[in-house]
Design a protein. Sequence first.
Length: 235
Amino acid sequence: MQKNLLIIIATVVLVSASMVFAVDDPHGTTNSIYCEQCHINHNSMGDILTNATDSLVATLCLSCHTPGGWVPMSKTLSTKQQADPGTIGTSHAWDAPADNADLGASLPTTQALLDHLTLDDRITCGTCHDPHSNSNSPFLRLDNSADALCLDCHAGRDNSDVKTYTGNELSHPVGIALPSDADFHNPPLDVDGVAQPNDGNLTNDFALLAGDVVSCTTCHGVHYSDSNSGTTDGP
C-alpha cells in the first residue's frame, strides 16, 4: 500500500511539473511555437536541453526569426544585417565579442547579462533577450527604459562630463537633460531642415528619454536602423 501511494504521489508531481513547463512556451501562448521546437529531452547539444550548442544560440533563434523561418513574421533578421560599424548592417551584432575596446564595449556587470554570453564571451540574442519572459518588452532581460542594457556593456561611453579632458577618448555625453536654453543647442531638425517631428517620419526623430534626457537610443537604433534619416526604419 505504501509503495503504491509513493508511486501515485510521484506521478502527480511529474504531471504537475510538466504542466508548469507546458504553459511556459517561448513568447507566451499567442503563437504556434512549442517547447520542443527549441528543446529536446535527450542528447541535447546545449546545456539547457536546446537543439543548438552554446556557441550557436543565435542559430536557434534565427530558425524562426529569419525569412522563411518556422513561423511567418514581419520582423525578420539575417546574418548580413549584423552591423559592421562604419561599413554595413542595420542591427546590433548578435555574434561578436562582448569585450571590444574599439567600440567602447566590455563584459557586462549585471549577472542576468553575464550569464547569457557564450562560452567564449560573445554576445548573442539571448544576452539581451529572454524568450520566456516579456516583463520587459520586447522580451528584454532588463528594464531598458533608461538604456540600462546599452550602458551595462558600453560603460566606457557612459559619460556626462566631456568638458574635462582625462587623456581618454570621449564621446557625446549621455544621461543629461537637453538644456532648455537655446544657446546650448539648436532645435532638433528633420532631414528637410524643419523642426521635428514634421516630416511624417517618426523613425528619424531624436528619441529623448523621460525628462528630455539624452542617451544611447536618442541617436542609435538596435534593429532595423539603416543610418539614413531620409528613409523609414523598420521592416
